[in-house]
Design a protein around this ligand. Structure first.
Ligand code: ZN
Length: 215
């Protein structure tokens, strides 16, 4: 298993970037296989594998292929609520951190022991890592991955991490304190910035633009 390739950061970003386009169970299974199925990341009963994921208010998504016709996995409509709601919850927590400094997801992961100190398989040094059980909901898994990365690289989360208000792009910038509420395509995190907004900030179409509003 490639520890570096599947760092908490790469695992969390792979989920957030991948799910910008709707995922079905095939994509989710691929992500789980690449990023979660490691003895140091998820605790399964002996001989077991991840059979389902759940998200509060969205239900449980079976990952058992044999619960569907041969050769098929759950179609998009079945997978969408669980994955979409998990993604939305993660975005809310990340935005609260970027815009208000709220680190509640880190505290929750520590308190509920999803975030622990362990020995890095590659370097042998003590690092922050995640510990899931099968009943950890999907959004808590993603948030714990971000929390482990934030504990390892606090400066990155204080100055380089951003979530675009317009397109939900989650990213790290090489330059500190830029694009934290925007992205390369939406540098200020608003749909229309510039002279019109500055001249008359109360024009209806501008006042209708709120953080989190999609295109
Ligand atoms: Zn954007």
């Amino acid at each position: 298993m490639d520890f570096e390739r599947s760092s908490p950061r790469s695992a969390a970003l792979a989920f957030m970037r991948g799910t910008k386009a709707p995922w079905g169970t095939a994509e989710l299974l691929e992500w789980i296989n690449e990023h979660l199925l490691r003895p140091d990341r998820i605790t399964l009963a002996p001989g077991s594998r991840v059979l389902e994921v759940f998200e509060p208010d969205a239900g449980t998504l079976s990952l058992e292929c044999n619960s569907f016709p041969p050769g098929r996995v759950a179609p998009l409509p079945a997978a969408r609520p669980v994955i979409a709601l998990a993604r939305e919850r993660v975005l809310q927590r990340l935005r609260a951190m970027v815009e208000h400094g709220h680190m509640s997801f880190v505290h929750a992961a520590l308190y509920q022991q999803r975030l622990v100190r362990c020995k890095s398989p590659s370097t042998g040094s003590q690092v922050w890592c995640v510990r899931f059980k099968e009943d950890t909901c999907l959004s808590d898994q993603i948030l714990a991955l971000f929390a482990a990365d934030a504990m390892e690289s606090p400066d990155d989360y204080e100055h380089r991490f951003g979530v675009c208000r317009i397109c939900d792009e989650v990213h790290f910038q090489a330059t500190v304190d830029v694009l934290r509420v925007g992205c390369e395509a939406h540098p200020l995190g608003v749909l229309h910035e510039g002279p019109i907004a500055q001249r008359n900030p109360t024009v209806p179409e501008m006042s209708a633009v709120r953080p989190g509003r999609r295109k």
